[in-house]
Design a protein around this ligand. Structure first.
Ligand SMILES: [Zn+2]
Ligand SMILES: [Zn+2]
Length: 398
């Protein structure tokens, strides 16, 4: 029988102070991907103090906290990410980052604190659990193309016992605290990078006939690349091609010999992903050839597209409605074009990823993730814990 609907809200609320403490500690001492040594140590100590089994150094700096139920059963995984970003924090908060140039501008501090809180509560309820809960704290979510999930999978995080399903969440300023957002089916995009080097031939600005102007070739290339999304991909299928960096030239009266383009490509299915890659190369090849230049191109496949599984989506919706009320779920009709390392888990096992409303409610200006002023409303912490605990109750409680 399921527990009373407000049970986990109450349990999580009682943990509020500790959740805030954990979140602020992690926030104050942020670490970049693959270097989350102190964050991992802090969480390990804290979880072990609760009697939780913690496996360290999984896939580098990753951690797995395992709650072993009193009876055998299935294994469900919950996931948080540990890493911060190379962004100098400007929230002005007393718990702001102590490390110059690095901050938790994506809310991974909140994710880690919520998962630690969940592990603590589930450990206290382990007698009622039939099965195992693996709380996975992954490194380097912000570090495509490798990320932190792949090294953890290679290190066996999904085996022994084998994980049957996985859930992940991300805070979002698009929703207030107490709301979640979820998409059924396609949830997040493949996020790839293309580096293009155009090689012309330099010369004196007064004698263009003796040179091949890399700036002009690059300019034509940037414009022509935009025709892929407008003319080659289906209007019904989302795709993004953005040139984020264009570098060329030395001086106003010197013809540039090379130009560099660094681009992001976002797609939602493998067919469009391949089409984008092929068309980019054809366009770059054609334009450089026509204008007498050469090119070098490197297409770096980042995180794959992520699709939620219906069964796990239903579980998340049920958990959210039980803990936050029947109006708490916002259906995201369209997938997000952001990329997420969680997608690597979904290539192996069923699961669902959802968005947890964390918009500030104290009158401060809300900045988006990856902004130096980004912050979460800390009331989100017990909300995330309650949903995670309820999910495990639905899946594994006897
Ligand atoms: Zn991020
Ligand atoms: Zn993030």
């Amino acid at each position: 029988m399921l527990l009373k609907t407000n049970y986990w809200r109450q349990q999580a609320m009682e943990l509020s102070e500790q959740l805030v403490q954990m979140r602020r500690h992690i926030h104050k001492y942020p670490e970049l991907g693959y270097r989350e040594v102190e964050t991992a140590r802090y969480l390990t100590d804290l979880l072990r103090e609760e009697g939780i089994e913690v496996l360290e150094k999984v896939g580098g700096t990753g951690l797995v906290a395992t709650i072993i139920g009193a009876a055998p059963g299935r294994t469900i995984a919950l996931r948080a990410d540990l890493d911060a970003l190379p962004i100098h924090e400007k929230t002005g908060k007393p718990y702001a980052s102590c490390i110059s140039g690095i901050s938790h501008a994506c809310g991974h501090d909140a994710h880690s604190a919520m998962l630690a809180g969940t592990a603590i509560l589930l450990q206290r309820h382990r007698r009622r659990i039939a099965g195992t809960v693996k709380c996975i704290f992954q490194p380097a979510e912000e570090c495509p193309p490798l990320g932190g999930v792949r090294p953890m999978i290679e290190d066996g995080v999904l085996d022994n016992p084998q994980v049957d399903a996985i859930y992940g969440l991300h805070v979002t300023a698009d929703l207030p605290v107490g709301m979640i957002g979820i998409a059924s089916g396609q949830a997040m995009a493949a996020s790839d990078r293309v580096e293009i080097k155009i090689v012309g031939s330099g010369g004196h600005g007064s004698a263009p006939q003796q040179a091949v102007d890399a700036v002009l070739v690059a300019a034509h290339t940037v414009v022509a690349l935009q025709s892929i999304v407008s003319r080659n991909t289906s209007p019904h299928q989302a795709a993004v091609l953005g040139v984020g960096v264009l570098k060329a030239g030395y001086r106003y009266n010197v013809i540039a010999d090379t130009a560099l383009l660094d681009c992001t490509v976002r797609t939602l299915d493998i067919h469009t992903r391949q089409l984008m890659q092929d068309r980019i190369e054809q366009i770059v090849e054609g334009i450089t050839k026509a204008m007498g230049a050469r090119y070098e191109m490197r297409y770096v496949a980042g995180y794959p597209p992520a699709a939620n599984c219906q069964e796990q989506v239903n579980q998340v919706v049920q958990a959210s409605e039980a803990t936050l009320g029947s109006e708490s779920v916002t259906w995201f009709e369209r997938p997000s074009l952001t990329g997420e390392d969680f997608a690597h888990f979904l290539e192996h096992i069923p699961g669902a990823f959802f968005w947890l409303g964390s918009r500030l409610s104290d009158g401060r200006k809300q900045h988006p993730v990856h902004h130096p002023g980004f912050d979460v409303d800390e009331d989100v912490l017990p909300v995330g814990v309650a949903i995670y605990c309820r999910l495990i109750e639905q899946e594994l409680f006897r």
